[in-house]
Design a binder for this molecule. Structure first.
Ligand code: PLP
Length: 451
């Protein structure tokens, strides 16, 4: 028998993490009985909190009936029910759902579908995908390529697929050095128009798709684009016959106060990917919702064959999990709760910002909220990334009993550190008070260390 202390290949092999034995609502408990508020919903996935009995029962019931069928040979009723429900929630032109087991796979699928759509239509050179710096679309090679996480891309540069990047909008520290109000007033959105410039540079005949998060999550800390941004992006994609993929893996299913964040910007994408919130983190379920134009193109030009597929696409237990989660969202009016308490969390965090030396910005929508941490608020001087300030705040918060989602400062030292506050969407006001009080103390402790 091999004698091993720990056989798990952790992402960080130098660390030991608390062993979680159970969870309840917004709380997680470790083997020593210590309680943590899950103020990040894991990786912004556990939108309904922990140990939901209805979801657990649905998983058990489906596995007891049939645990797996291969969707190249069979279908299940539960999958149809789930797809129908998702389409009912989605923007009006998105009517077919393709399932995967993770957000990275969903984005890989979207990139491939856009490519196949163009190729089979006769546009054989339309291959390049344009993504954005300061964005994240997953960790598989294709999704990593279109994303802008410089640190994660670096070791694999030679393996990445052909992509191009523009900057994400970030009015708080505009990479194009514009002033927000004037920029919007003059309707001169440099960040959106840069897409047109990039397409001209590459030749529209070579560009297959554009992929964007509606509100940038892990790489920027819940940054909302300026007014008019997505309308201009949609217009540019239409003018150039480019597929617009909107990545709602983090933002979908109520996280930002609407079913999908893109609804707030008045456009409909061609493909919308989702993950995380669909199963509220209870199972690895994700996918893409596709509009009629692309589906019709595949039917007409590809004899209905999408040349793609995963063993676990359409897995019945995952589908039952998603269906049960969507029912819980509805039955417990979770979206309404998110809208209601969001205002309160913003008020609390704005107060914290005023009292703090290092919080320079509070932004986001719904319960996807970012707080930016800088060394000098007046002069907007950033921390040296080596100081790991966001991580230190989170470590301090974990000691005090709450876990947040820290993020680092992005490319070229352009941006500050941030922390995402994204508790389960059914959090109560009383629980929010406890979460904010722990965060306040954690910030205070780190400030004392720093100044
Ligand atoms: N897209 C976005 C916007 C994400 O936030 C993530 C994960 O954090 C992904 C894609 C990748 O999803 P997964 O980790 O399920 O592969």
């Amino acid at each position: 028998m091999k004698q091993l202390e720990d056989a798990v290949f952790h992402r960080d092999l130098t660390k030991n993490y608390p062993i979680i034995t159970h969870g309840k609502g917004i709380y997680l408990y470790d083997e020593c009985g210590k309680e943590y508020i899950d103020a990040s919903s894991g990786a912004v996935a556990a939108n309904l909190g922990h140990s939901n009995k209805k979801i657990a029962q649905a998983m058990f019931d489906q596995a007891s009936k049939v645990g797996f069928v291969h969707t190249m040979r069979f279908e299940t009723e539960v999958l149809h029910q789930l797809a129908t429900k998702i389409v009912q929630l989605a923007p009006s032109t998105l009517n077919k759902v393709y399932f995967t087991s993770g957000g990275s796979e969903a984005n890989e699928s979207a990139i491939k579908l856009a490519r196949q759509y163009h190729r089979d239509k006769g546009n054989k050179d339309k291959q390049i995908v344009i993504g954005r710096w300061q964005s994240y679309h997953g960790n598989t090679l294709g999704s990593l390529s279109v994303g802008g996480d410089v640190k994660r891309r670096k070791p694999y540069t030679a393996n990445l697929i052909k992509t191009e990047h523009i900057y994400s909008p970030y009015c708080h520290q505009c990479p194009y050095e514009y002033e927000e109000e004037a920029c919007i007033r003059q309707n001169n959105l440099a960040c959106a128009n840069d897409l047109a410039r990039k397409i001209t540079e590459l030749g529209a005949e070579n560009v297959s798709a554009v992929i964007m998060e509606p509100i940038v999550g892990s790489q920027q800390g819940a940054v909302v684009p300026p007014k008019g941004y997505f309308k201009r992006v949609r217009e540019i994609c239409d003018q150039n016959d480019i597929v617009l993929i909107i990545d709602e893996v983090m933002t979908g299913f109520g996280r930002t106060g609407t079913n999908f964040a893109i609804e707030q910007f008045g456009i409909e994408p061609d493909i919308m990917t989702f993950g995380k919130g669909i199963s509220a983190g209870y199972a690895p379920l994700a996918g893409m919702i596709v509009n009629d134009k692309i589906v019709d193109g595949i039917i007409k030009n590809s004899a209905g064959q999408f040349v793609h597929g995963f063993t676990y696409s359409g897995h019945p237990v995952l589908a039952a999990t998603g269906l049960a989660a969507l029912e819980v969202y509805e039955e417990e009016s979770v979206l309404e709760n998110c809208q209601h308490v969001s205002k309160y969390v913003f008020e609390c965090l704005e107060q914290l910002k005023e009292a703090s030396k290092i919080i320079s910005d509070v932004r986001g929508r719904g319960l996807l909220i970012g707080i930016e941490l800088v060394k000098d608020k007046e002069k907007n001087i950033l921390f040296d990334p080596k100081e790991q300030v966001a991580n230190r705040v989170n470590t301090s918060a974990m000691d005090l009993g709450a876990v947040f989602y820290p993020g680092s400062g992005g490319i070229d030292g352009l941006y500050g550190e941030h922390l995402i506050v994204s508790p389960p969407l059914n959090i109560t006001k009383k629980e929010i008070d406890k979460m904010v009080s722990i965060l306040t103390e954690a910030i205070h402790l780190v400030e004392e260390e720093l100044f």
